[in-house]
Design a binder for this molecule. Sequence first.
Ligand code: MTE
Length: 330
Amino acid sequence: MNFISRKPWDPSLHKLTDEGIYHNRGQHRREFLASLGIGAAGILGSSVLPGCGEHKPNTEKLKAAAEIPITKASKEIYPSDRNPKFTYGRDETVQQDAAIYTNFYEFSMSKQTYEHVDRFTPTPWEIKIGGLCAKPTTFDLDELYKKFAFEERAYRHRCVETWAMCVPWTGFQLHQLLKLVEPEAQAKYVQFETFNRPTEAPNMSDSSFPWPYTEGLTIEEAMNELTFVATGIYGEPLPKQHGAPVRLVLPWKYGFKSIKSIVQITLTAQPPKTFWNVVNPREYGFEANVDPKVPHPRWSQSEEWMLGTRERFPTVKFNGYGDYVAKLYG
Ligand code: MTE
């Protein structure tokens, strides 16, 4: 989508962005860039963007982005049995429609991040869990595959930009992993951190952003039944653009909370810093629960549109997962 690669001095930008934001000279450049990132796509995604149907996929690059080395342990995981408890209540998004329209700002500000991931090496990979816990641990991927109970979950996903998808994730509940490290009583929050490799992820050279990408949850949110650590999608290991080799999936929150390519999980006493909250606190809060009644400062959240079909649906509070999570917000 070429609108995102426009430079701030491009006059056509005035039509696409909130005038107030553009003209506020006092605003930090990072905030302005953020409004071009998650922001511009949000405004346009619902009305002006032609949608993924108009992007002609580069099939070679798509295939290359999904070529993740298979180990003996991973072979036993895919596909995992689907947990019948979770259903979309809508049609499943076509795999390619999800694969060609992703947000992964480390690689590109465009949605076709799969075209920019060739230098990324998601295997081998280690994920460290530490902070306020009795048993800090480091896992490699095979250890994750062997240690935890994997399943497939059909989840709805809702991006803050108003696009949505229904996809099957392979993974396990985060609480299995947290229980293993034995959180201490003072651990009230969990911070997640993505890799930091500018040589592999071209957009990380843009120092206007507070890399690495970070996210956070309260300990209660992290322990919730819905909170899922995914290593796969559509019965296969995650392709690079979806967050290989391991990411979070939080179906009741806006998608930016579902951090990709995690290397570190830290239990903390204080609310951790999060990437988007640092970039633009006015627009991206810590909680970020899906809510049709709370508009984004620059657009309504009352509707969403599906990748591929562009079918529109009214937004539902907690993305329809209130039975699982409403109790957390008492
Ligand atoms: N994680 C990292 N590390 N970097 C990102 O740019 N984008 C987020 C989230 N996780 C992002 C990330 C956003 S805005 C969304 S909507 C989801 O990933 C999108 O997931 P998908 O691209 O696999 O559909």
